[in-house]
Design a binder for this molecule. Sequence first.
Ligand code: TYM
Length: 335
Amino acid sequence: MNEKKTILSGIKPSGDLTLGSYIGALKNWVELSDQYDCYYMMADMHAITVRQNPAELRRRTLAQLAQYIACGLDPQKNTIFIQSHVPAHAELSWVLACYTMFGELSRMTQFKDKSAKNADNINAGLFTYPVLMAADILIYQADLVPVGEDQKQHVELTRDIAQRFNGVYGDVFKMPEPFIPKTGARIMSLQEPQNKMSKSEQDSGGCVCIMDKPEDIMRAFKRAVTDCETCVRFDPAAKPGVSNLMQIYSVCTGRSFDAIESEFAGRGYGDFKLAVGEAVVETMRPIREEAERLLKDKAYLESVYADGAKRASYVAGRTVSKVYKKVGFVPKSAL
Ligand code: TYM
């Protein structure tokens, strides 16, 4: 029998979807979705590790769903759901927390970064977040987890937790592999190219969102920080701004770095930044237009997430039952 392998991935609706999440994750989800049995979620439970405005969180979660579909994820072929609609994630997360070490969680770079940025709210959820992420992945017995570079450490921790659990109880969980794109695994801020493009810097001009208007995207690229040479060359250490723009251009046009270097040889950065902006505008345009259309059809979106939650809950529930049995919980009475 030729059973399809499984994929699970998610994005936190803690800000509007960025070009970074699109290139680092979403674009690959679409490319992989034909060959795999895919589970893609809006990770709303992860979003509340940082304070959220409730109305905004609801709006962004639905907008994210519309954008997933608009990017090309077919809800018939993929299971698309809202994380909080599948309570089994939280149930497995508790069990796995008892098999995760304090020291392991303390070493997570994202925890260190985020607790430095949110010094007034270093809550336990922020600390145990990677355990919930491990539950998200292991509950579907995922083989592959398409993510950007910044999530690699969390997928590695997931493997360590799975290994520890399997070591005690036998082969309960499949061992997941991260899938990290060769180009675009870490898209940098357009204003501070030494830092990752992130939802949290949405107002600084360093971040571009899928739903941004073309004129705003063009403005962000025209203002993008480069360097004082005038040579389009790929060298992330010496030329982080230009190399970042090259990655974005390469992903949007399918051109290699060599082809891009030749295309802009002898031309100034002004031309280059304009071309990158236009390529991004044209890549995002059909997605934005389709997402705007879908967002007007709330009944359709509701049918997608309701169906997704039903399908996901079935698979997730089976894993939780198995895990509960393994650790020694008394099975629920059938009566
Ligand atoms: P999140 O919401 O921060 O980011 C979503 C995805 O986009 C990738 N990404 C980027 N890739 C390249 N360049 C960037 N600048 C960039 N910014 C974001 C991220 O690597 C990620 O793949 N914890 C996760 C969400 C999550 C998850 C999961 C992922 C929850 N459960 C289970 C996979 C499996 C997160 O916060 O991603």
